[in-house]
Design a binder for this molecule. Structure first.
Ligand code: NAP
Ligand code: ZN
Ligand code: ZN
Length: 350
């Protein structure tokens, strides 16, 4: 076994602290990855605080992992030592159900195996994520990072990137469509970049007036403050799509009313508490309220290649692992531009 430095939450009420975990030598179809960078997703925070229930402690979060292949099992064909690779939100799935066969492993009928806060398939062994210096993953669940994307800016693509790319594609966002992105955080800033790279006319809806200039620099055509209640009247019925990345409870009905006839609002944010939806918000204009969760392996690779081709990557603030608890507080306060990324060299050798 490989003794590996990591940071873990001991319980839902404790700060993250150093821990040593065991990684195994790679089996025949597995890849050992030396982790270089790991993005900090708001889902990490929801899970270490057990806001979604069922949390497994100690928990080593992190599912925006980028590194280099350090060793491969005898049967590995897709990756070789030295390759720049990534791991996203899941590390396994049943590989047999209709969803897995369709390349939508995130919706595996048996349940995907999450990169952390889960257990390996058919065992009690907990999975541990990227707030660590290495990870062992089946080669089929490892992504190739294309040349031309800086590795620290690629890390957030493994969750924030694919989570926003997949619904834009699935729901058919086309050039000229009017897309509103609600919440300009990690997911939101990727939604702005990706939707505008696809040719959409993007508007940011934000609680933070201070992010106006950034929104425009990221590629938005307009910025609207959701603190101005009159905005919801002035812009009623004007968007084809709304991509909602907000991490805290808010009134979906107010946003639904901004959609045109046949418009679609896609929930990506997963607040702890449910919010009621009024039938009138949907029925009166044949609107749709949808959700979407990350994306499959094939589509994640497609997204990475799209980003390389279009010069898209995350805007990041690199942090030392010792800053992680403060970074969580800043993320909660909406003070992140636009993704914290851990330099895992700061975890020390192992
Ligand atoms: P983040 O960086 O913290 O961004 C969330 C943004 O939401 C904030 O920057 C803020 O933007 C806005 N916001 C926060 N609190 C708000 C409130 N009370 N009212 C209105 N707006 C508020 O988080 P993230 O990493 O992008 O994740 C966002 C959500 O998506 C989380 O719930 C996360 O768990 C979820 N998620 C889902 C998936 C999926 O597969 N569906 C994948 C990853 C993450 P402004 O300052 O612009 O208002
Ligand atoms: Zn995530
Ligand atoms: Zn499956």
């Amino acid at each position: 076994m490989l003794r590996t430095p990591a940071y873990a939450a001991p319980s839902a009420h404790d700060a993250l602290a150093p821990i040593t975990i065991e990684r195994r030598e790679p089996r025949a179809h597995e890849v050992l990855i030396d982790i270089l960078y790991c993005g900090v997703c708001h889902s990490d925070l929801h899970q270490v605080r057990d806001e979604w229930g069922g949390a497994i402690f100690p928990m080593v979060p992190g599912h925006e992992i980028v590194g280099r292949v350090a060793a491969v099992g005898a049967g590995v064909t897709r990756h070789k030592v030295g390759d720049a690779v990534g791991v996203g939100c899941f590390v396994d799935s049943c590989r047999e159900c209709a969803q897995c066969r369709a390349g939508e492993e995130q919706y595996c009928e048996q349940g995907m195996t999450a990169t952390y806060n889960d257990r390996e398939r058919g065992s009690d062994v907990p999975t541990h994520g990227g707030y660590s210096t290495r990870i062992v993953v089946d080669e089929q669940y490892v992504l190739r990072i294309p040349d031309g994307i800086a590795l620290e800016r690629a890390a957030p693509l493994l969750c924030a990137g694919i989570t926003t790319y997949s619904p834009l594609r699935h729901f058919g966002v086309a050039p000229g469509d009017r897309v509103a992105v609600v919440g300009l955080g990690g997911l939101g800033h990727m939604a702005v970049k990706l939707a505008s790279a696809m040719g959409a006319e993007v508007t940011v809806l934000s609680t933070s007036e201070a992010k106006r200039a950034d929104a425009m620099a990221l590629g938005a055509h307009a910025f609207l403050s959701t603190r101005e209640r009159s905005m919801f009247r002035q812009h009623a019925g004007t968007f084809d799509y709304i991509v909602d990345t907000v991490s805290a409870q808010h009134d979906y009905n107010a946003y639904l009313n901004l959609l045109k006839v046949d418009g679609t609002m896609i929930l990506l944010g997963i607040p702890e508490d449910p919010t009621p939806v009024g039938a009138f918000s949907l029925v009166t204009k044949r609107r749709r309220l949808a959700g979407s969760m990350i994306g499959g392996i094939r589509e994640t690779q497609e997204m990475l290649d799209f980003c390389a081709e279009h010069g898209v990557a995350a805007d990041v603030e690199i942090i030392d692992i010792a800053e992680i608890n403060r970074a969580y507080e800043r993320m909660l306060a909406g003070d992140v531009r636009y993704r914290f990324v851990i330099d895992t060299a700061t975890l020390g050798g192992g």
